[in-house]
Design a binder for this molecule. Structure first.
Ligand code: HQG
Length: 181
């Protein structure tokens, strides 16, 4: 597959596995998994014909490793980023002392006042390194990076989870644990 198609297919997968599975008539299970054979049939019925090999290529070439195929090789899900209700069931994991979150500059005031909330996704997404957080922020233009005192949050009992693709997830970040970098 050419790179452009890999990106195009990935965007479609993101839509159906994270946000709108009903657009191709599939229903992920409670943990977000979808049977791969059924997914390929549903995609083909909705205008995207793909072989299993194509799918494996999209998954392995994906720049952020957005999709996970289970150990049996029969099911796929998005590693994070869902807006559909999902239980990802990553184990609670002790975070690094500091985590980062990049966001458009216009959000500063609101975030300093209210903290970070999930905003429609199933969790707040945090990055272990500044570069990744900057890239996330830069998607929407001028941005700032918040530094999160994850050690203090963990100490205060906030659970953290690390997704299969290395994104740190937590339910919310109260303003007290945030500073602008
Ligand atoms: C903001 C992409 C005002 C928050 C990225 C963010 C990431 C607030 C936006 C992944 C707020 C939600 C997730 C508050 C949060 N006031 N704004 N109180 N609390 N926000 O896209 O973290 O390519 O749902 O700062 O690379 O930007 O899709 O989250 O700007 O990894 O795989 O509300 O999505 O990955 O936006 O991005 P998003 P995000 P993919």
């Amino acid at each position: 597959m050419v790179d452009m198609d890999v990106v195009r297919v990935s965007k479609r997968l993101s839509k159906v596995l994270r946000h709108r599975p009903e657009t191709i008539g599939i229903t992920p299970d409670a943990n977000g998994w979808v049977d791969i054979d059924a997914l390929l049939v549903a995609l083909a019925e909705h205008g995207l014909s793909l072989t299993r090999q194509d799918l494996d290529e999209v998954v392995s070439k994906n720049d952020k490793k957005r999709y996970t195929i289970d150990e049996s090789g029969t099911r796929i899900r998005a590693a994070q980023g869902h807006s559909i209700e999902v239980r990802l069931e990553y184990p609670a994991t002790r975070p690094p002392a500091v985590l980062y979150h990049g966001t458009p500059r216009r959000n500063i005031g609101s975030i300093l006042e209210h903290g970070l909330d999930r905003a429609g996704r199933h969790a707040v997404h945090l990055s272990a390194d500044l570069e990744t957080a900057s890239r996330v922020g830069a998607r929407r233009g001028e941005f700032v990076v918040f530094v999160i005192d994850a050690a203090a949050m963990a100490r205060d009992g906030f659970p953290f989870h690390r997704s299969d693709n290395g994104v740190w997830l937590t339910e919310r970040v109260p303003a007290a644990y945030l500073t602008v970098r």
